[in-house]
Design a binder for this molecule. Structure first.
Ligand code: F6P
Length: 358
């Protein structure tokens, strides 16, 4: 038996911990493991590498992925240069051929909704596929948590702790823009953990007057600074998300970014509040996974190999309560998991008096 592992989409803390767990558990069970370089690009181009025990030694705490990754290069719409002209082609059969040539029986795809959607298409083509849910955004259905999310939240909370001290010294409004795409999970968790005064998420379009009033109320109580956490996908009531740019060839061509600057400008212009804006960006994706993510990643990796041993394919391993379970792959990618308006932490935030902008 031989399995091949790839990491696809944006990287996140814990990818190496999963790769290590898959390799260790597989070798213990007499299964050979190959790594595929740079996500589905390597699968199309036949760029494979061995993943022996020594190849994964020492990578548990390391950020990023030793395999490389990409959030473009979809084999079903793959940009290929032919006679100097770039064409978009279906190269999925090349992937199947490459896997066969390397004697691979099972593909383990570690990814978010983009990569797992591709994995599902391969499952529908008859390939034995197992998915592992990765993304700092925590926006995958059918799992309570993706790995990488907790570490991103911790990084954002540390940033908020630092912003607090400078905000207080200068009596300023500080805006921190966080990642998360169309979901507000990172902003909600980091905002509560970091003691934010305002949390704005895509699921609740905001009214700037409400935000300004909450800051003015604080000022009247003697708190002359305020901290606003805003998810990159947040939008004003009746308005649109702020798109930084379109990136052709990406799984999702829309690259969000800029809502923090918009809120900062609007607060200064419309309410005369001195405001500074920080965009935390890819700091949320880099660095070593925290202990929660190391444990979750290790559990996911081992659970994927268990599924291989029991020959259960077309599934994703998922966290439900304290258990790692198997769910049909399509359940994970049919739609995004957004923050429900009755989410317990959202209700907690309201009870804490945090302004949610609505
Ligand atoms: O999906 C992970 C993520 O970090 C999102 O939160 C963010 O919108 C996006 O990827 C950024 O992508 P890129 O690395 O292409 O800038």
């Amino acid at each position: 038996m031989k399995i091949a592992v790839l990491t696809g989409g944006g990287d996140c803390p814990g990818l190496n911990a999963v790769i290590r767990a898959v390799a260790k558990s597989a070798h213990q069970n007499g299964i050979e493991v190959l790594g595929i370089k740079d996500g589905f690009r390597g699968a199309v181009e036949g760029d494979f590498m061995p993943l022996s025990i020594s190849d994964v030694s020492g990578i548990l705490p390391r950020g990023g992925t030793i395999l490389g990754t990409t959030n473009r290069d979809n084999p079903f719409a793959y940009e290929t240069k032919l006679n100097g002209v770039t064409k978009t082609m279906d190269r999925s059969d090349d992937v199947l051929r490459n896997l066969k040539e390397h004697g691979v029986d099972v593909l383990v795809a570690i990814g978010g909704d983009g990569s797992l959607n591709i994995a599902l298409k391969f499952a529908n083509k008859g390939l034995s596929v197992i998915g592992i849910p990765k993304t700092i955004d925590n926006d995958l259905m059918a799992t309570d948590q993706t790995f990488g999310f907790q570490t991103a939240v911790e990084t954002a909370q540390e940033a908020l702790d630092r912003l607090h001290t400078t905000a207080e010294s200068h009596h300023r409004v500080m805006v921190l823009e966080l990642m998360g795409r169309y979901a507000g999970w990172i902003a909600l968790y980091a905002g509560v953990a970091g003691g934010a005064d305002v949390i704005l998420i895509p699921e609740i379009p905001y009214n700037l007057n409400r935000v300004a009033q909450s800051i003015q109320r604080r000022a009247k109580q003697g708190k002359k600074f305020s901290i606003i956490v805003v998810a990159e996908g947040a939008k004003p009531m009746g308005g649109e998300m702020v798109v930084e740019r379109m990136v052709a060839g990406r799984f999702d061509p829309i690259k969000l970014g800029g809502i923090g600057a918009k809120i900062g400008n609007d607060l200064e212009e419309q309410f005369g509040m001195e405001t500074r804006v920080t965009v935390l960006g890819h700091l949320q994706r880099g660095g070593s996974p925290n202990s929660y993510d190391r444990v979750l990643s290790s559990r996911y990796g081992v659970a994927a190999v268990d599924a291989v041993l029991e020959k259960e394919f077309g599934i994703m391993v998922a966290l439900q309560g304290r258990d790692i379970v198997r769910v049909p792959l399509h359940q994970a990618v049919d739609k995004l998991k957004l923050v429900p308006l009755i989410d317990p932490l959202l209700l907690t935030a309201r009870s804490l008096g945090i302004e949610l902008g609505d």
